[in-house]
Design a protein. Structure first.
Length: 97
């Protein structure tokens, strides 16, 4: 999917930005690169690759990742035990004294 100048102009209009002609050229090229990169990622995911790249740029096999495990959490009563005047949930309003 290629990004056109018209697409960037529409996007800029929606977010209330204005670009010079030079900026428009640069952003069009940059957005096109971003979309191409996203397409590359989508293709590798759709291709069923068995490896993912970690932040450290080392290839990691899915077998090396830990499995998800359910762990107990604190009860609402314990979480809210230090809150004055709660009604079973956190309130965004501060209590007035």
């Amino acid at each position: 999917m290629a990004i056109s100048k018209t697409d960037i102009e529409k996007l800029a209009w929606l977010v209330r930005l204005s670009f010079s002609d030079e900026e428009l050229e640069r952003f069009t090229a940059e957005f096109d690169e971003i979309i191409a990169f996203a397409d590359t990622i989508n293709q590798s995911i759709e291709g069923g690759t068995e490896q993912i790249r970690s932040v450290g740029a080392r290839m990691v096999s899915f077998d090396e990742l830990r499995s998800d495990e359910v762990a107990p959490s604190l009860s609402n009563e314990k979480i809210l035990s230090n809150v004055e005047g709660y009604n079973g949930f956190f309130s965004l309003e501060r209590s007035r004294k």
